[in-house]
Design a protein. Structure first.
Length: 211
């Protein structure tokens, strides 16, 4: 009886020690498994913004050119590779009287009417070029002022010179200038190829203009 009791006490003590060892093992294991607090990251220093790159200095504006088109080029127009010289006379008070006076000037200049093109052709002597006199308003046709009867009122004319010899035309502008000014004397204004008014000084420059 005493022996059995002693065995039971030993077994109970062994069980208690086993439970204690198990509890200690579980405690230690739990402590190792807990995640440790992450180490605080070192403070990030704010990088100062880089100063803006200096703007490139503005390029110097090109100096305005003092060159102006020569007087001869001022009256020139180009069409289809052909260069022509052109002047306009716009009448201030067009009417039957200006029609009659224009016809007289054309007759004095020896103008020949082209019924197909509806223009007058003038060939000044010793110039080497031909002047085509048309209506200043589109489509450019002139009535046959030399014929009897009533005709539409002409508001103005265009005088076109076809270049056959550039140098000779440029050096012989007198016929063109004189005829143009005689028409303007009826009562009108002379305009260049870009419809800018032409002065006596402009004509003087054209007479002595280089090619």
């Amino acid at each position: 009886m005493d022996m059995t009791k002693g065995v039971m006490l030993l077994a109970g003590g062994a069980l208690a020690m086993a439970l204690l060892a198990l509890g200690l093992f579980l405690y230690l294991r739990r402590g190792d498994g807990e995640p440790s607090e992450p180490a605080a990251a070192p403070p990030v220093r704010e990088r100062s913004a880089a100063p803006p790159a200096p703007a490139p200095p503005p390029s110097a504006a090109p100096a305005p050119s003092d060159e102006r088109p020569s007087a001869a080029h001022r009256f020139r127009v180009s069409a289809g590779g052909e260069v022509k010289q052109c002047l306009f006379v716009v009448l201030d008070w067009p009417g039957l009287d200006t029609n009659r006076r224009l016809n007289k000037l054309l007759e004095e200049a020896g103008a020949v009417y082209d019924p197909k093109q509806r223009v007058y052709n003038v060939r000044p002597p010793r110039t080497g070029y031909r002047m085509v006199v048309a209506n200043s308003s589109p489509p450019g046709g002139l009535p046959p002022l030399h014929e009897e009867g009533e005709h539409p009122i002409v508001d103005g004319i265009s005088i076109l010179v076809h270049f056959r010899n550039k140098r000779r035309v440029a050096n012989s502008p007198d016929a063109l200038i004189d005829f143009t000014r005689s028409v303007a004397a009826i009562g009108g204004r002379i305009l260049d190829a870009e419809r800018h008014e032409v002065s006596d000084e402009d004509f003087a420059a054209l007479r002595g203009a280089p090619v």
